[in-house]
Structure formats: C-alpha cells, structure tokens
Design a protein around this ligand. Structure first.
Ligand SMILES: Cc1cc2nc3c(=O)[nH]c(=O)nc-3n(C[C@H](O)[C@H](O)[C@H](O)COP(=O)(O)OP(=O)(O)OC[C@H]3O[C@@H](n4cnc5c(N)ncnc54)[C@H](O)[C@@H]3O)c2cc1C
Ligand code: FES
Length: 256
C-alpha cells in the first residue's frame, strides 16, 4: 500500500510531523505502527524499511499522521518528502494497546519520542475512564509540540523537563511520584519511552501492584514476523516486537 504525503512539516530542530492520506485509517488502532520504505522508486538505499508509530488518526478525512525525529539516513531522507509524494508502506502492523476499560483511573506516561503513539490511546480511553497523561523530556524545546497539542479538557495533563525549562524540573517518573504523594494511585498504566524510563516504570508498578502495558522499540528487519531480528524476552518466552508487540504486558516483558 501507499501513504500519500499531505504535509511533512518541520516542528522543531529535528522533529517532523508527517501527515498522510491512507485507506488504512479505518483499521488502524492505537499502538500500531507502519513500516516505511524510504528512498527512490526501485532503489534499495536504504535497504531496510523504517518503523514509525501512528501518532494521530483522522478517520473522517482518511488521514494517518506520524511524528518522527531525525536519527540517521532513513529519517533524514524521509524529511525531504513533500506533499503529493507517495511512500511505500506496510501496515498497520503489530498489536495495539488494550483499550477496553470502563470507569478506571488510568495513567499514561510518555518520555521523549515515546510520547508520540500515546495520543490516539488517550483519545480512545477518554470517554469511559479518568485519564492522567504525564510526559517528560530534556527541555521545553523538545516538548514544545506536545505542550501545544490540543488535549481534551477531560484529561489531567502535566509535563516535566530535566533542565527545569518548564515548570516541573525532573523526569516524568518524578512527576508520577509527585502525583502518588498527592494520593493518585491508578488502576492501570501505559508507558512508552526510553528503556531506562520503562525499567523504572516497571519497578514502581510492581511495588504498587499496578498492571500495565508498555510499547517497545527494537531494531527491525522485515517488520512482519519472519526474520526474528526484533525478538524480546517475556515470561512466555521470546516474542517478536513487530508481531506479538510492540505493546507488551509490563509484568510479562523483560526490560533488561
Ligand atoms: C515499533 C517502533 C515504532 C517507532 N516509532 C517511532 C516514532 O513514532 N517516531 C520516531 O521518531 N521514531 C520511532 N521509532 C524509531 C525509528 O524507527 C528510528 O528512529 C528510525 O528507524 C531510525 O532510522 P534512521 O535510518 O534515521 O537511523 P539509523 O541509525 O541510520 O538506522 C539504522 C538502522 O537502525 C534502526 N534504528 C535506529 N534507531 C532505532 C530505534 N530507536 N528503534 C528501532 N530501530 C532503530 C533503523 O530502523 C535502521 O534499520 C520506532 C521504532 C519502532 C521499532
Ligand atoms: S522485524 Fe522481522 S521478525 Fe520482527
């Protein structure tokens, strides 16, 4: 399938928002990703596809958006795509987040680019639950897009930055600890972000017996369960991030 580029806009330093038109918008669920073939038609440079999580789905317009940061060759090349270009894509891939909750207190925690896939999740939980959405990053500049993003007024939203350039100085975990001290104890949590952050989330969730799900990033080859390059360890044995994930039970997955 192809994603047709509607807009590919630079947001801040290395951050871009890619808005595409796609027939897949109706079947795309929060937490799923697309595997993009970046580069010219018939070119195999770069050879491997690049995985990007779904950041926003607008079913009425048939649009899927991705938020990405330039890391290396693939994402740099992606930043040159313009309105009207088409991207060869596989997707939606993977299993998304569990969303069938009712009347629960739900905590959603995101760090760095791991914040991007959490927006469709927050939207889908909001109608029947109380959602607290906490995000963290290095500084205000890194978080600017997220701070400006329109959030439904029903969501309790707060942000932290390591350098203190936004009001709360510290990590998103410190921010969670602050809300815990104030009596907030969720029934379920979701997290996405750097591995070090996810390890701390898992540790604290285990101490407080909070069930949850995490979304993982691993290097991928095929993106469709064949090459086994994305395997992670769980207490059900080895599992493929592209096929059984990228969302896993926080209690079952190993983050070592
Ligand atoms: C399921 C999933 C969802 C993702 N969603 C997003 C997203 O929404 N926004 C975003 O900015 N990034 C996301 N990433 C990370 C993104 O795929 C990498 O930043 C990107 O592939 C880097 O490619 P590159 O060619 O620019 O970098 P290079 O470093 O040149 O890439 C070399 C190889 O390493 C792989 N690679 C490098 N960094 C990562 C990484 N962090 N995770 C997995 N593979 C990596 C590349 O895919 C490529 O195969 C996601 C990764 C996964 C696995
Ligand atoms: S990327 Fe090939 S099995 Fe997951």
């Amino acid at each position: 399938m192809f994603l047709e580029v509607i807009n590919n806009q630079r947001l801040a330093s290395d951050y871009y928002l890619l808005v595409t038109q796609s027939t897949a918008s109706a079947q795309t669920r929060p937490g799923q990703f697309f595997h993009l073939k970046i580069g010219k038609k018939y070119s195999y440079d770069p050879l491997l596809r690049r995985p990007l999580s779904v950041h926003k789905v607008d079913r009425s317009k048939g649009r899927i958006s991705f938020l990405y940061r330039i890391i290396g060759k693939g994402t740099k090349m992606l930043s040159f795509y313009q309105a009207g270009d088409r991207i060869d894509a596989l997707g939606p891939l993977g299993k998304g987040f569990k969303t069938d909750f009712k009347n629960k207190q739900i905590l959603v925690i995101g760090g760095g680019m791991g914040i991007a896939p959490l927006y469709p999740l927050v939207d889908s939980l909001l109608n029947s639950n109380q959602v607290t959405f906490l995000i963290g990053g290095n500084n205000q500049q890194d978080l600017k897009y997220f701070l400006d993003f329109p959030i439904n007024s029903g969501v309790i939203f707060d942000a932290a930055s390591i350098d203190g350039s936004i009001e709360f100085k510290g990590t998103v975990i410190d921010l969670w600890e602050k809300s815990y001290s104030a009596g907030f104890n969720p029934d379920f949590l979701f997290a996405c972000g750097p591995k070090a952050m996810l390890r701390r989330v898992k540790l604290i969730a285990e101490e407080r017996a909070i069930p949850g799900q995490v979304s993982l990033e691993e290097r991928m080859g095929c993106g469709s369960g064949v090459c086994l390059s994305c395997v992670c360890h769980t207490n059900k044995g080895n599992q493929r991030v592209c096929k059984e994930g990228p969302v896993f039970s926080l209690q079952e997955v190993s983050l070592e």
